[in-house]
Design a binder for this molecule. Structure first.
Ligand code: ZN
Length: 335
């Protein structure tokens, strides 16, 4: 995901303070120590999600226009069909990166319980960054990242959720969207380069396939970098302000499931990611992302480096995130 974090945090923190944001009521609910523990619904398996992560990494970098990208595209489509999606839609396009590169992209959309007009949306990006521009080793900064966490983790969790839906259909309609070309953006430019990121979701927002203006999902949940060891997930500021409903659902469900030490009820920073595009498109979307790491005070140390590999993925973190989102989906009211 993209980074204009430092400057943006200052602006948005000021904004939230000035407007007296909704955090007090949300946080008191999510923090309630008396909240009862709840059962896991379905059968989310962290090791299965991890296997999906490993399969993607084995394809090599998933940079648009490369063989690894082609192979991963077929893998995701194949898994969704095997897991009984009502429909699998592939939105193909060519988009222009800030480098001038023309990128062949595919946004992949799977629908479950298509008959229900009340729907929610779960999303992740499946492409990986072409350059390890945050790597400590300058000689490696023009190499593509493995993208185990940044790319594969969110996809792995969504595919394991899809496997659950094949076994037990959710009552609410659920759409899974796998966005392409999230991570081809220009770094270091703060506000100036926002639109160089999230090219896949920006293209999707032009048509919002398969929706019309009257049947958009009521909210969305984005998963990005959800498998890092010792991960903690804070609220993202834009989502907290503009998508309070899914934020509260996710963080409070995590608390009830016993993951309150992983999902932290404070704002961790402000970033540009696909949830911003979705929210502006009319689907208020939360972002589950590690953005206030204890070591970096930002993204995980492996972010946009060659160390974003399987060694730094923890199946238990995948499990906690996946079970939380699965519980939210299964508990969502159906009409
Ligand atoms: Zn990234």
């Amino acid at each position: 995901m993209g980074k204009w974090k430092v400057f943006a945090v200052c602006v948005l923190t000021t904004l939230l303070a000035a407007t007296g944001c909704k955090s007090s009521t949300q946080d008191s609910s999510a923090n309630a120590d008396s909240a009862p523990s709840v059962a896991r619904i379905g059968d989310f398996r962290g090791d299965s999600a991890y296997a999906h992560v490993a399969a993607q990494v084995a394809f090599g970098p998933r940079v648009p226009g490369t063989p690894g990208h082609d192979a991963c595209r077929e893998y995701i489509i194949g898994r969704l069909r095997a897991y009984g999606a009502d429909t699998v839609i592939v939105q193909e396009a060519t988009v222009k990166a800030y480098t001038g590169d023309m990128l062949p992209i595919s946004n992949i959309i799977a629908q479950y319980n298509r008959a229900n007009t009340r729907r929610i949306l779960l999303a992740a990006h499946w492409d990986t960054r072409p350059w390890a521009d945050q790597d400590d080793n300058a000689a490696d900064r023009d190499k593509p990242i493995p993208g185990a966490n940044d790319g594969a983790s969110g996809v792995g969790v969504l595919l394991e959720i899809a496997r659950n839906f094949a076994a037990r259909q959710p009552g609410v309609g659920v759409d899974l969207i796998f966005f392409d070309a999230e991570d081809y953006g220009r770094s270091g430019g703060f506000y100036n380069h926002n639109d160089t990121w999230c090219l896949g979701s920006q293209h999707w927002a032009e048509t919002k396939v398969p929706y019309t203006s009257g049947n958009l999902p009521v909210y969305g949940i984005l998963l990005d970098m959800v498998g890092g060891r010792d991960a903690r997930f804070h609220y993202e500021a834009f989502a907290h302000e503009n998508a309070p409903t899914p934020c509260l659902k996710v963080w409070s469900e995590a608390k009830r499931l016993g993951y309150g030490d992983m999902f932290i009820n404070t704002i961790g920073g402000a970033i540009i990611d696909d949830h911003v595009i979705l929210t502006r498109a009319g689907i208020p979307t939360a972002d589950i992302i590690e953005l206030n790491n204890e070591v970096t005070s930002s993204f995980p140390p492996t972010w946009h480096t060659l160390d974003d590999n399987l060694e730094h993925i923890d199946p238990h973190v995948l499990d906690a995130v996946g079970q939380t989102v699965l519980n939210v989906a299964y508990n969502e009211k159906t009409f």
